[in-house]
Design a protein around this ligand. Structure first.
Ligand code: AMP
Length: 420
């Protein structure tokens, strides 16, 4: 099945060709026809599935003959949970509309930056607004945006939107929208809150489900490098210099480690950018833009900051610190090997994180080959503090049973004549 057979016009076919898309992804195959038919849609799909093109392409197809939005009005509203996603989705709109028959106006609206520019940009009207709920309401309250002309509403990552506490804002926004409109709702999971929302918003929706994620793409190579904790930065520098990745996303456990790693790399004249929750919006955006454009090849990030970020053509993800959960591991390494590309996921495993990595392997039902890099071999002796820690931690299945305890007490009595 090709994009042409989905009924998309030449200007869109050319845009996807330019981006190197050879064929539609499963979600695009299922979502594009009902959206073109004007149906409401309920889609279970995650980031990485190609869902953005799944709704943006048919929206653009349907918009080609429509008049531009009037001043302060918007025609299409795409609600997203985070600033990063707002920027990313709006960029996707720009890319897919490069050959649009007229100049299409789209705008990303999100908090953490000055509202004035967004107010100004809305003055001339806007065909597609991609917004986080809070900032959209701010704009609305200042009469900078009129939502009465919205004919298509997209709720992207609805579950995260509710997780982040946007339920009330969503209600307020829905109150302002016209009754008659097309609604498209995308969510990775369907907890009760999302189900209520779907009932409230969607009218006789087409339901589609794309099973993916949780599984690791086949073309993704996983490697675990055994290294001592204190040698990790040295090894990192060594790998960056020898492997010459065109881009690498490095995950660490905390903001402090982000800064430490960047500092240590900079001492070796290696330029890296930070991505963590304490950065301002403009710092985050510029780090991401530098990374995407290739100006900076190394991004050091925490889990929180990296969620939902989509960077095309990422050859390597490196776990400097292991993630807390196997789910996070799958999520992190899923940043590479996207849309059928080859990818490499490297994990540093020191003595301390050894058992945690085994747990991850057990959960993902895969064994990752261990290796050592010459000159950075892990010490064969497990450090004392790790051994002591292991001794303290209760090991499942090794706890003394009641019977064992009674037997031990009996034995102690015989020897010492007491219970001790
Ligand atoms: P998304 O799930 O929308 O975040 O998209 C994930 C990535 O897949 C993005 O980098 C898209 O550019 C890419 N992508 C979307 N559709 C296709 C396609 N049909 N073929 C190849 N890559 C695609």
């Amino acid at each position: 099945m090709s994009f042409t057979s989905l009924g998309l016009s030449d200007f869109l076919i050319q845009a996807v060709n330019d981006l190197g898309y050879e064929q539609p992804t499963p979600i695009q195959l299922k979502a594009i026809p009902p959206i073109l038919d004007g149906r409401d849609l309920l889609a279970a799909a995650e980031t990485g599935s190609g869902k953005t093109a799944g709704f943006v392409l048919p929206i653009l197809e349907k918009m080609q003959d429509a008049l531009p939005a009037r001043s302060n009005h918007a025609n299409i509203l795409i609600l997203v949970p985070t600033r990063e996603l707002a920027v990313q989705v709006e960029e996707a709109v720009q890319q897919y509309s490069k050959q649009f028959p007229r100049k299409l106006k789209s705008l990303a609206v999100y908090g953490g930056v000055s509202i004035n520019l967004q107010m100004q940009a809305m003055r001339g009207g806007c065909d597609i607004v991609v917004a986080t709920p809070g900032r959209l309401i701010d704009l609305f309250k200042r009469n900078a945006i009129d939502l009465r002309a919205i004919h298509t509403l997209v709720l992207d990552e609805a579950d995260r939107m509710l997780d982040l506490g946007f339920a009330d804002e969503l209600d307020d926004i829905l109150d302002e929208l016209p009754e008659r409109r097309q609604n498209l709702l995308f969510s990775a999971t369907f907890p009760q809150g999302v189900r209520s929302l779907t009932q409230e918003i969607l009218v006789n929706p087409v339901e589609i489900e794309i099973k993916q994620e949780a599984s690791i793409p086949e073309q993704l190579e996983q490697r675990a490098i055994e290294v001592d904790r204190h040698n990790r930065t040295m090894l990192l520098k060594h790998l960056i210099t020898t492997e010459k990745w065109s881009r690498v996303l490095i995950f660490v456990a905390s903001k402090r480690t982000v800064n430490n790693v960047i500092l240590k790399l900079s001492r070796a004249d290696i330029n890296a950018q930070a991505m963590h929750g304490d950065l301002t919006q403009s710092e985050r955006s510029s780090a991401l833009a530098d990374f995407k454009s290739g100006r900076c090849k190394i991004l050091v990030a925490t889990d929180l900051a990296a969620r939902g970020i989509d960077i095309p053509h990422m050859p390597c993800v490196l776990n400097y610190d292991l993630p807390r959960s196997p789910a996070d591991y799958v999520h992190r390494i899923g940043r590479t090997g996207r849309a059928g590309e080859v990818g490499l996921a490297l994990s540093f495993v020191d003595h301390e994180s050894d058992s945690h990595f085994k747990l991850i392997e057990k959960r993902i039902k895969q064994t990752v080959t261990r290796e050592q890099i010459e000159g950075f071999e892990r010490d064969t002796i497990v450090p004392l503090e790790v051994r002591e820690k292991k001794g303290q931690a209760p090991v499942k299945g090794k706890r003394k049973s009641k019977k064992d305890k009674l037997r031990a007490a009996e034995a102690a009595k015989k020897i010492w004549g007491t219970d001790k």
